[in-house]
Write a protein that binds this ligand. Structure first.
Ligand code: T3D
Length: 266
């Protein structure tokens, strides 16, 4: 059988491609298993300095595979009622936690529609670049569910409550251009420019001090929960740790010597 996640390395950049194009790369337990394993391997491999997540075919990801018996609303006669939280606990939560704590930056290259959990996974990435023909759909309400895979947390933080509610309640298709305009994503590019744009961005990030970049993500996420004095204290603690590391010494030295730095911490 074809792998459900294709992994391709180009120097320090690892591209992971969701590969169930006939079902718009929707999530089954098997796809979850392969994606989480690929992310774990990337996290453990010090040569990987940036991860790109994208989809094969015309979609990025259509969320949960609704034909998967694991989420069928009516299980076998006589069986216990379906408990969707089991699927979330087993598959989605580990994926969301792993993505958001990767030791390197993660770019979503949204090549086509990102719906339901597929949208949440894209929006969990550190930088989201979408093809102009791509779209984002908060499909959950249409089937009687709430945004999951972090959707309820991400949406209002990205675009504010009014837009988050409009998107989540109505479930309309949001084009990539509009997604960029309202700040849901970083950038919308012409379809033909998606791959080269993302590759250049990934190479640029991979050459940066990725330990600090992962620290920036964690600090920004945590800051939502902190008051001003707490945020200042947290920043000081992070600067303390980074200040002892190789990359800070290298960055300052390279600046003084007017040369390009060579970062290596992770
Ligand atoms: O606890 C839990 O497990 C619950 C977790 C839930 C998380 C979620 O993600 S809930 C949301 C699930 N996703 C959706 O509701 C989206 C469903 N898909 C769509 O609305 C549409 O397919 C799209 C808007 C994404 C794309 O529309 P379109 O017209 O471009 O394509 P299509 O014709 O609808 O789909 C093409 C094929 O992909 C089609 O199969 P076929 O007829 O060619 O054999 C379609 O059935 C299949 N497909 C699309 N999305 C899914 C899917 N198959 C299974 N699951 C899907 N989510």
């Amino acid at each position: 059988a074809d792998p459900l996640v294709l992994a391709a390395r180009s120097g320090p950049v690892l591209t992971l491609t969701l590969n169930r194009p006939a079902a718009l790369n929707s999530f089954t337990g098997a796809l979850h298993g392969e994606l989480l394993a690929a992310l774990e391997a990337a996290a453990a491999d010090s040569a990987v300095r940036c991860v790109v997540l994208t989809g094969a075919g015309r979609a990025f990801c259509a969320g949960q595979d609704l034909a998967d018996p694991a989420v069928a609303p009516d299980p076998a006669p006589g069986a216990a009622p379906r408990d969707l939280s089991e699927v979330i606990d087993q598959h989605y939560r580990p994926l969301c936690l792993r993505l958001r704590s990767m030791p390197v930056p993660v770019i979503a290259a949204v090549n086509g529609v990102a719906a339901g959990a597929g949208a949440s996974i894209a929006l969990s990435c550190d930088i989201v670049v979408a093809a102009r023909s791509a779209s984002f759909i908060q499909a959950f309400a249409k089937i009687g569910l709430v945004p999951d895979s972090g959707g309820t947390w991400l949406l209002p933080r990205l675009v504010g409550r009014a837009r988050a509610l409009g998107l989540a309640l109505l479930g309309d298709k949001l084009g990539a251009e509009e997604a960029q305009r309202i700040g849901l994503i970083w950038q919308c590019v012409d379809d033909a420019q998606l791959q080269p744009t993302v590759q250049a961005l990934a190479e640029r990030l991979a050459a940066m001090p990725v330990k600090a970049l992962a620290g920036i993500r964690a600090a920004l996420d945590d800051a939502w929960l902190l008051d001003w004095p707490q945020a200042l204290a947290r920043e000081a603690q992070q600067q303390r740790e980074l200040g002892f590391a190789h990359d800070y010494r290298e960055g300052v030295q390279a600046f003084g010597e007017k040369r390009a730095p060579s970062f290596k911490d992770r």
